[in-house]
Design a binder for this molecule. Structure first.
Ligand SMILES: [Zn+2]
Length: 448
């Protein structure tokens, strides 16, 4: 070879060497590279296959496996493409390797039904039947009629749409799990720092929660709290609320009237001559309930079953000057019990004083005066309003029973109703308000 090259001219020599290099390069190239198909998933090069027929076969195989697993028809959601290429021999996969690779990278969608509340997706169910059954279950759970009640209508408070759409298989929820989610609603964890004088009950009241729930969420073993302790409060707000209209009948007491007799020889004290006895009436009403809790109640008809017996009080006329017209000047407590929420709490929005007391405890008029209203008032529940003269008015809310009626005169300390939890209230307590010339005042500056 060397001799041969020596005999050739320099130009020919360069040509021959170049040819040898080219041939060697080709031999090397074909030992590491090969002609195959590059496979792209959603535009990204993933691996290579020898025959393009392999890839469609394996996709079908993987899809069948997935369909067997979830027992429903699936559709490939990725775009799989390929082109002929000169690739590294190492990147060409065998059939088994292709299957493993595709299982990792492919996504399959299926036809499901999305539950949308006010246009927002909440959960996805496997079919229309399951979604409709979920709404039926929710309605029947919250629309049970009370005693002597008849359900007139059941509806959803929110705009709820059931929309068929393609979703990933793992986005489907079981019906019971979706129902639970809708009832729990959005969890909005709220942190609370314990203040001096707080107790679990007052914190629960302020946040519309139950003591048991606060203890459970915070893993509390007993009810002792330390100032500056941090508590997590979770306000539950269902995604869908059930509104039920009911018609019902109940027997309610007719509060007795109070008649006043004047005794010129007695001082300005008040004494009872004849005790009042409540009557009874049959009341038919219509009520609106939200998730089973009464929101509004309207009386349609009343039939007297038993008349009330008047209460007669004797009022002396030897009047000593009272500081507040009809009132005596100082106010007695309407009921005794721990204060569960102070005036001005809840960021200043609390317009009264909450006094905890067992349901059925007697509420007393804090001073003498005239009842100006007595009945159901939305979030206040059953409420009594008394005017004491000189612009002073007191209000007693969330009562379980009312023993007075508008226009009636009540003496200081006289029982006017019972403690309850009607209206927006999470436990039995009296919400007590004082207004002077229409402005709220702190009851603790008046009660003695
Ligand atoms: Zn209150």
């Amino acid at each position: 070879m060397a001799d041969y090259l020596k005999q050739t001219k320099p130009l020919e020599r360069i040509g021959i060497v170049s040819l040898i290099i080219v041939i060697l390069s080709f031999i090397f190239l074909f030992s590491v590279k090969t002609s195959a198909y590059s496979v792209y998933i959603d535009g990204q090069e993933k691996f290579a296959v020898r025959h393009y027929s392999d890839i469609s076969q394996v996709i079908e195989q993987v899809k069948n496996q997935e369909e067997d697993k979830c027992n429903r028809k699936l559709e490939l959601s990725n775009e799989v493409t390929w082109d002929k290429n000169f690739v590294d021999k190492k990147s060409v996969l065998s059939q088994d390797q292709i299957a493993a690779e595709l299982q990792k990278s492919l996504n399959f969608v299926t036809l499901g039904v999305e539950i949308q509340v006010e246009g927002k997706a909440i959960a996805c169910l496997e079919n229309m039947e399951a979604a409709e059954q979920l709404l039926k279950d929710l309605k029947s759970e919250y629309s049970a009629a009370g005693e002597n009640e008849k359900v007139v209508s059941v509806s959803l408070a929110e705009d709820v749409d059931l929309i068929e759409k393609k979703v990933l298989v793992n986005e489907l929820s079981a019906k019971d799990k979706a129902l639970e989610l809708i009832k729990l609603g959005a969890d909005q964890p709220v942190k609370y720092i314990v203040k001096e004088g707080d107790n679990l009950w007052s914190i629960a009241r302020k946040n519309d929660m139950y003591v048991d729930d606060i203890m459970c969420i915070n893993n509390l073993e007993n009810e002792n709290l330390q100032p500056d302790q941090e508590l997590v409060l979770v306000a539950s707000k269902p995604y869908i609320n059930i509104v039920t209209q009911v018609e019902g009948e109940t027997i309610e007491p007719i509060p007795f009237e109070t008649k006043t007799e004047i005794d010129k020889n007695s001082s300005s004290s008040v004494r009872i001559k004849q005790a009042g006895i409540n009557g009874e009436k049959q009341v038919s009403y219509v009520a609106t309930k939200v998730n089973g809790v009464v929101e509004t109640k309207e009386v349609k008809e009343e039939t007297v079953l038993k008349k009330a017996v008047d209460k007669i009080i004797v009022k002396g006329t030897r009047v000593t000057v009272a500081s507040r017209g009809g009132g005596s000047g100082t106010l007695d407590w309407p009921v005794y019990g721990p204060i569960s929420s102070y005036y001005g709490s809840r960021g200043g929005s609390h317009t009264g004083l909450d006094i905890a007391a067992p349901s059925g405890s007697t509420i007393k008029a804090v001073d003498s005066g005239t009842v100006t209203s007595a009945g159901y008032k939305g979030t206040y529940g059953y409420m009594i309003t008394i005017s004491h003269g000189n612009g002073m008015v007191t209000r007693y809310a969330h009562c379980s029973a009312i023993h007075v009626s508008a226009g009636q005169y009540v003496a200081k300390g006289e029982g006017i109703g019972k403690v309850g939890s009607t209206g927006k209230s999470t436990g039995p307590h009296l919400h007590f308000e004082i207004l002077v010339n229409g402005s709220f005042r702190n009851p603790l500056s008046y009660l003695r």
